[in-house]
Every structure is written in structure tokens, then in C-alpha cells.
Write a protein that binds this ligand. Sequence first.
Ligand SMILES: [Zn+2]
Length: 149
Amino acid sequence: MMLTDDARHMRRALALARAQLGRTGSNPAVGCAIISKLGHRLSEGATIDGGTVHAEEIALKALGGRAPGATVYVTLEPCRERSAGGTSCAQRLIDAGVARIVCALEDEHPNGAGGLATLKAAGITVETGLMREEASALYQDFFATIAVR
Ligand SMILES: [Zn+2]
């Protein structure tokens, strides 16, 4: 099967997320890949063991600077607010100067939900729903823990 570039990069982000599944405590296992304007993979990341450092943070740290014009592929909506305080992933992505976010799935957690709206409001192009089904399968258990609140 021929994959579009978007699908190829999202598939990579999903693989990164899947590799951390069950290792991220009460946080979701997220994968993130940052791709340059010319299509080069600049960096990638996944939620760390224990879940306290998010995929986008890891990828941005690995990038080592700003990424103007880059596209970010992420398996779950970047957080709008951090439960532990600190800078949200949405804000970090805005600060990095990325141009476009391709996200597989909206977050149902109150701290996550609204991240995409924040990014959009900052002028970043946001697309949601690429490989939504694959992502949904990864986050069913996480979403179930929210529903019990
Ligand atoms: Zn985050």
C-alpha cells in the first residue's frame, strides 16, 4: 500500500506511542514526530516511563531549538494545561514556531482538551483525525479512567 507522507509520519508517531503503552502511569502514552518543511524528520519522542514528561516535550528537546515551518505529528491532542503545573505542550509548540499540527485524536481529559484550539488560535494549521481508529485503540483505557471521575 502506498502511504502519503502524512500517513507515514503518523504511523511512526503511533509506533512510538505503542512502544510506551502501559509504561506511562496514569498519563497516556503519546508519540510525536517533527518533520521539516522539506520533509526531513527533525526529531521524535514518546511519553517517558512514568508519564511525567510528554512526547512533545521530548521531541522539542531533541530538536534543540525552534522549528519554524515544521509539521508536528502527534497521536493525541497536545495538552492545554499541565496537571503538575509547568508549560503545556500546546504552549511549547507555539513557542517552537511550528506551522502545522497533524493530530490523530482529540483528548477527552480536561487538561488535554482545548490544546488544539489553543494552537489554532495561535495561527497554527491544525488537522485532526488522521489514523483516528488506530489512536482510539491506544487510548481507550486512558479515557476509561477519566470517565470514572
Ligand atoms: Zn503535554
